[in-house]
Design a protein around this ligand. Structure first.
Ligand SMILES: NC(=O)c1ccc[n+]([C@@H]2O[C@H](COP(=O)([O-])OP(=O)(O)OC[C@H]3O[C@@H](n4cnc5c(N)ncnc54)[C@H](O)[C@@H]3O)[C@@H](O)[C@H]2O)c1
Length: 259
């Protein structure tokens, strides 16, 4: 038996990047998956590539009517929903003194209102299915601060607070809520981020991960999400799984005795 046999999972922002990989690994683990995104054609292509277990729906996570429509689609395709991955997210880069009102509105809408509406609409349906799991995607920028991403970081810290409060409220329904916090540093997962920066200068200062040679990619983050969706994590709720090869573990100072 596979980890997610029989599960019906809605993944947001699933047309590309981490969301597409999560959808793919959920299907591989036995789930049926509804991919939600605002990129219709791309989401349709990705869903088709995953076979009969996958389907797609237009879902702008900032719009409550879209959430209702996505649940209607999940009912029509799969007869309900047992799991939700709030993956859709947008990045803003730049000095805090240059953040515009539109940037604030956009990041709060997608990164915070999105998962809030997702939990609001999907959790009661997971309860009706007999319980299940919600995984919210934050970032190591939701664990630490970083220059140039203050607004993004604030929303990702917010995602962790949302998750923990939701876990406390929804435990009585058998709904678990956890957060996965990936790092970045691997161009494969962060193309828009790397497009915006001086890669050579940036990589010279990225701290060495504790796990030598371990690059964090969508392929290495998605298994943590599959685990949290599965019954293997039945007693895990209200916590964070950081997938960063040790980036946030602390300081490694060369020259100390033995090192
Ligand atoms: N890329 C990284 O290195 C990295 C690191 C840490 C955390 N994350 C987080 O992982 C998640 C996925 O990141 P990614 O790198 O795959 O991003 P990406 O930009 O490659 O993909 C994001 C997807 O979300 C969709 N999307 C955007 N706005 C939406 C909306 N309003 N409604 C529905 N879908 C919407 C986009 O169309 C796209 O398909 C995000 O929450 C991001 O903050 C990414």
């Amino acid at each position: 038996m596979s980890a997610l046999d029989g599960r019906r999972i809605l993944v947001t922002g699933a047309a590309q990047g981490l969301g597409a990989e999560i959808a793919s690994q959920c299907v591989a683990a036995g789930a049926r998956v509804l991919l939600g995104d605002v990129q219709d054609d791309v989401a349709a292509e990705v869903a088709a590539s995953l076979g009969a277990a996958a389907s797609w729906v237009r879902l702008d996570v900032t719009r409550e009517p879209d959430w209702r429509a996505a649940l209607a689609e999940a009912d029509a395709r799969f007869g309900g929903v047992d799991g939700l991955v709030n993956n859709a997210g947008v990045l803003h880069m730049g000095p805090i003194v240059e953040i515009g009102a539109d940037d604030v509105t956009r990041l709060l809408a997608v990164n915070l209102a999105g998962p809030t509406f997702g939990i609001k609409h999907v959790a009661p349906r997971i309860r009706d299915s007999g319980g299940g799991s919600i995984v919210n995607i934050a970032s190591i920028d939701g664990v630490l601060g970083m220059n140039s991403v203050a607004l993004y970081s604030a929303t990702k810290w917010g995602v962790r607070g949302l998750s923990r409060s939701a876990a406390l409220e929804l435990g009585q329904w058998g709904v678990r809520v956890n957060t996965v916090c990936p790092s970045m540093g691997n161009p494969e997962m962060s193309a828009p981020f790397f497009d915006a920066i001086d890669v050579d200068r940036y990589l010279r200062h990225v701290p060495s991960p504790v796990l030598a040679g371990a690059g964090v990619t969508a392929a290495t983050v998605a298994p943590a999400v599959v685990f949290l969706l599965s019954d293997a994590a039945a007693t895990i709720t209200g916590t964070d799984v950081v997938v960063d090869a040790g980036w946030t573990a602390g300081h490694f100072l060369p020259g100390l005795p033995g090192f």
